[in-house]
Design a protein around this ligand. Structure first.
Ligand code: FAD
Length: 397
């Protein structure tokens, strides 16, 4: 059986591991972080995500859809909160019963790693950093980052940590799923005719939390909560533990202007999101803004997605997008499904298959990336629009 080496055990890397485990390939995954299943707190992006049909179809192909959907909170509509804090408008996502699902990122990631590991031919190496790709030799360069052993020394000299050596890994297929700041993609930059565009938008985001009230959801759970305020946006998605993860998106300049001291932050929330302000509570808002800095939002497009007959960029490594269309992970999951189907179509002629994959996937990835950016531009202008346009705008998120 061929060997696939995967860089990154995030959402897309872990799902790829499930796909290739199912095919019976030998699967080796190198992940920079420790095993998240053993960690108390996992640092990183959005705590929960909206899973839509695109992502569900990929999970179904590895037998995980039902379980994952059951573990989430269905959202049948978006509920737009008006500025008075008392009135709302409700916009169903589709026909009765159709819904997207709020999923906990960490849980989803853990379930996929555990599922892949059930196959004896799958091995995860945590605390292993992918440094680059050696494209002359078509190998991945990896280094273990676990606590280095100490060289015993004598006398007064402090002991020097010993670096783990870099290892060069060969494989029939290498999948770069190492996220928006991909080390693999970075090392491809000098390849002739590799197109690459990166854009940071002026907005950043901060995540907050609404706790359960008397052991119940503090407000309606089966909807996507949205507070559109022109250049500011607040969203809230429910979690299974009856909390809500709340995200504020604002230009960095606004964060600096209104949120640098506690009284300003309170006034800002009270004015723009009065109902959310009550539920979030002063203490939690003050604590969050004293500890947390806004996180940047980046959009990446590149072409092609396949190289040297054995390397593919996938997920955010290939197409990081702004989150206003709720499709980054969903699109990454679809990558896994399309690659799996393309390999089957070409009878596992890897070189031809990944070239075909890239030819098919690049235009789709660019389109969805553009839609996400378009939604961001529209969002900034949303309060000035009538409800019909508003409904069209958030067709996905
Ligand atoms: P990541 O999730 O970033 O995983 C990359 C993995 O690679 C990580 O485990 C990392 O530790 C590892 N890694 C990184 N560098 C190295 C290295 N050098 N060596 C080894 N390992 C490495 N998408 C949706 O579909 N729906 C949503 O509702 C949604 N909401 C979002 C909200 C916000 C605020 C943000 C920022 C994003 C949102 N997204 C959403 C997008 C989604 O988070 C990403 O598209 C998704 O996480 C991409 O998965 P990935 O596996 O490609 O990358």
């Amino acid at each position: 059986m061929p060997t696939v080496v995967i860089a990154g055990a995030g959402l897309v890397g872990a799902l790829n591991a499930c796909f290739f485990a199912q095919k019976g390939w030998n699967v080796v995954v190198y992940e920079f972080r420790r095993d998240i299943r053993t960690m108390k707190h996992v640092q990183g992006r959005s705590i929960n995500l909206a899973l839509s049909n695109r992502g569900k179809a990929a999970l179904e192909a590895v037998g995980l859809k039902e379980y994952i959907v059951q573990q989430g909170v269905p959202m049948y509509a978006r509920l737009v909160h008006n500025k008075d804090g008392k009135t709302f408008s409700r916009q169903p996502y589709g026909k009765p019963g159709e819904h997207i699902v709020s999923i906990n990122r960490r849980h989803l990631n853990e379930v996929m790693i555990t599922q892949a590991e059930k196959s004896p031919n799958v091995k995860f190496f945590f605390e292993h950093k992918v440094k680059s790709v050696d494209y002359e030799k078509k190998q991945l360069v990896v280094q273990c980052t676990s606590q280095p052993s100490r060289i015993p020394t004598f006398g007064n000299k402090a002991s020097q940590p010993e670096e783990h050596p870099e290892i060069h890994v060969e494989a029939d297929l290498i999948l770069a799923c190492d996220g928006a700041y991909s080390a693999v993609r970075r090392s491809l930059m000098t390849i002739p005719r590799f197109d690459f565009v990166q854009e940071y938008i002026e907005h950043g985001y901060v995540e907050l939390n609404i706790l359960a009230k008397n052991n119940e959801f503090a407000f309606e759970e089966n909807v996507f909560h949205l507070w559109p305020r022109g250049h500011l946006t607040l969203i809230a998605l429910a979690n299974r533990d009856k909390t809500f993860t709340v995200t504020i998106f604002a230009p960095y300049a606004e964060f600096e202007k209104h949120m640098s001291n506690t009284e300003d932050v309170f006034a800002f929330f009270q004015e723009n999101f009065p109902d959310a302000f009550e539920l979030l509570g002063r203490e939690h808002i003050a604590d969050t803004f004293s500890r947390v800095k806004p996180q940047p939002l980046v959009s990446v497009k590149c072409s092609p997605h396949s190289f040297f007959g054995n390397l593919v960029l996938m997920g955010d490594a290939a197409h990081a997008m702004v989150p206003f269309y709720g499709q980054g992970m969903n699109c990454g999951f679809e990558d896994c499904l399309v690659l799996s189907e393309t390999l089957e179509e070409f009878g596992d002629d890897i070189e031809t298959a990944i070239k075909a994959y890239s030819d098919r996937r690049v235009p789709d990835a660019h389109s969805i990336n553009d839609l996400a950016m378009y939604n961001y531009e529209e969002l900034k202008d949303l309060v000035n629009r009538n409800s019909y346009k508003l409904r069209k705008m958030f067709d996905t998120f």
